[in-house]
Design a protein around this ligand. Sequence first.
Ligand code: URP
Ligand code: ZN
Ligand code: ZN
Length: 472
Amino acid sequence: MTRLLISEGTVVSATGRSAADVLIDGETIAAVLAPGQAEALGITADRTIDAAGKYVVPGGVDVHTHMELPFGGTNASDTFETGTIAAAWGGVTTIVDFAVQRAGENVMDGLADWHAKADGNCAIDYGFHQIIGGVDDESLKAMTYLVDNEGITSFKLFMAYPGVFYADDGQILRAMQNAGESGAVMMMHAENGIAIDVLVAQALARGETDPRYHSLTRPAELEGEATNRAIQLAKVAGNVPLYIVHMSASEALEEVAEARHRGQNVFAETCPQYLYLSLEDHLAQPGFEGAKWVCSTPLRSKHEHHHRDLWKGLRMNELAVVSTDHCPFCMKDQKELGRGDFSKIPNGIGTVEHRMELLYQGVVNGEITLERWVETCATTPARMFGLYPKKGVIAPGADADILVWDPHGHTSIGLDAKHHMNMDHSAWQGFEVDGKVDTVLSRGTVVVENDTFTGRAGHGQFVKRDLSTYLL
Ligand code: URP
Ligand code: ZN
Ligand code: ZN
């Protein structure tokens, strides 16, 4: 077995930082040693990675991606191969993607389909959540089976997208009751899709077809309302763990904060797009340009303090996780499907490569601490979704999934700069951030170093997840 030593770095965890060397034996972390201890104990390694002046942190865990998702009349443009290679470039060593079941379809078939897409193609480790797009007796039974046998311990339901993935309140309650029995976490896309569809039809009838109307027809109140409804349903179902995905609005954050203060098992994630991008500066760009930033929940007005509130929510642990909701579509042949009708633009933004970089800028800007960066991007997602203590932590026995981060480096993001996602544009074009991915290890294998991808598709393994260890 190869022995590797990451020496002289500053090891950062969710709770602190210290000068330490990390000894790796094969795929696993063998020891975290005080400076000089390796030498004193006569420990030798086959290779030493010099991390002097750098941070050594757990590899990123992105618990919300959509590789190859069929959506909006096309497929998300990253395959499991291209998407996980891009993730590795960004210091991410585990993704959790969403297998899909639609109304009338069999859950096990949907899962088998996702395994077929991913198996042998991933550069980093991966797990699956299961989307339940049709709640009925059969899919409820399958949910229990997935928790007990398949390592799938979380399920996403949609209060949005009527006719696609939408679940009504009765279906949501039944699925939550089921999750309560099996110990699973319910994930919720919380937007009032029925009301949104009325607003969309009215806007189109007025000739309002540009991309910016995507946000104007999905008002923050309808995210807040749906979030509250999901919280109440989870409470009625028996304080079932509820995780609100891709939160963009202060109104929704308030609902989560109140529920948490009441002691309810309610959690939420946000994504970099909701911390940095806005209706005015991105979605409302002239002509059809704004299509690049059509995603749901939508980008919000920069004048309504959502950015400020979401950053504060991250500091206060009202938001526990930062994921990406990586769902990339090219402009050509994909986003273009919605030229002349914003409601036909495939929903999604590609970010899997840039989450660690963009959130580190939050550290530089004084929005969050270095430890909170590690916590929200690696440790808590791993705990929330049953990957801990294998993932999300640098400790003996954990998988050697490690990001060596250079705080003195710099990253220029964009098609002409750093960009490895399978997209013909970048939603982050022109972003300049402090810090840089230096070296990335996935289960002891160096997959990125010296600005080169050194891993391979097929190295990544499916991870059967346990129940959440983050519940109140
Ligand atoms: O715009 C988005 N978020 N696309 C992916 C599907 C979803 O709702 O997460
Ligand atoms: Zn969603
Ligand atoms: Zn999503």
